[in-house]
Write a protein that binds this ligand. Structure first.
Ligand code: G4P
Ligand code: NA
Ligand code: NA
Length: 193
C-alpha cells in the first residue's frame, strides 16, 4: 500500500535492526486518513470472504480494525491484555510471549462475543514473531469459529511470524512488508502476488 509505505519512509524511525518506531501515525498518534485507506484496502481484500466479525488486540490493532470493520459493516472485538473489572468468567484466554518486550501476558476475549458460526478476520498493527496473531487464532479456534484471514499493517519479513502463520495454513495479508532495518534504513520486500 503506497500511502503507508510513504508514511513509513517519511515518519518511521529505525530504533535498531529489529524495531521500527511509528508513533506518529500508528502506535501513539493515529492518522485517521491513513486508517481510512487501510480500512478500505483490507475490506477490498476480504469483501467476498464472508467475514462476520473482526478480532484484534489492544491497543494499536484497534484503529485499523475499526476502520476495516466500518467498510465491511461488521463489529470489532478486541482481545484484552488485562482482565476487565466487570468480567472474570466465561473468557477464552491465551498466553502471548512478547519477544520485543520480553514479557508474557494473558489475552482474553469474552465467550459471548465469539460463536461457532463466525468467520473472523484477525487484524494487527505489526507482525514480528507472530505470537499475538497466533494467540488470537487460538482464541478463534477455542470458540470453534473460523479464521478467514489475518490482516497485518506492517510485517517484518526478517522475523518468523509470517512463516509460522502460513505453516498453520492461515491466509495472511500485509499492507507493508519490511525486509530489513539494517544500517538505520527501511528496506521494503516486494509485494506478494
Ligand atoms: P509478535 O506478536 O509478532 O510476536 O510480536 P512481539 O511480541 O515482538 O510484539 C510485542 C509488541 O511490539 C506488540 O505491541 C507489537 O505490535 C509490537 N511490535 C513488534 N515489532 C514492532 C516494531 O518493529 N515496531 C513497533 N512500533 N512495534 C512493534 P503491543 O505490546 O501489543 O502494544 P500495543 O498494541 O499496545 O501498541
Ligand atoms: Na504495537
Ligand atoms: Na499490536
Amino acid at each position: 500500500m503506497e500511502l503507508l509505505k510513504q508514511k513509513i519512509v517519511h515518519e518511521g524511525i529505525v530504533l535498531n535492526n529489529n524495531v521500527l518506531k511509528v508513533d506518529s501515525f500508528l502506535n501513539h498518534q493515529i492518522d485517521p486518513k491513513l486508517m481510512l485507506e487501510i480500512g478500505k484496502y483490507f475490506a477490498e481484500l476480504y469483501r467476498e470472504a464472508g467475514i462476520t466479525k473482526i478480532l484484534t488486540i489492544e491497543s494499536s490493532g484497534i484503529a485499523p480494525a475499526v476502520f476495516t470493520a466500518l467498510q465491511l459493516d461488521v463489529t470489532v472485538v478486541f482481545a484484552r491484555k488485562r482482565k476487565s473489572l466487570t468480567l472474570q468468567t466465561d473468557l477464552y484466554t491465551e498466553t502471548v510471549h512478547s519477544f520485543t518486550k520480553k514479557e508474557t501476558n494473558e489475552v482474553s476475549v469474552s465467550q459471548k462475543f465469539l460463536n461457532s458460526n463466525d468467520r473472523i478476520l484477525i487484524i494487527d498493527d505489526f507482525l514480528a514473531n507472530g505470537d499475538a496473531a497466533l494467540a488470537m487464532a487460538r482464541i478463534v479456534e477455542q470458540a470453534q469459529a473460523t479464521v478467514a484471514g489475518i490482516g497485518i499493517v506492517i510485517e517484518k519479513t526478517f522475523q518468523p511470524g509470517f512463516s509460522r502463520l502460513k505453516e498453520l495454513g492461515y491466509r495472511v495479508d500485509s499492507l507493508a512488508r519490511i525486509a530489513s532495518l539494517e544500517n538505520g534504513q527501511v528496506y521494503f520486500a516486494p509485494n506478494l502476488p
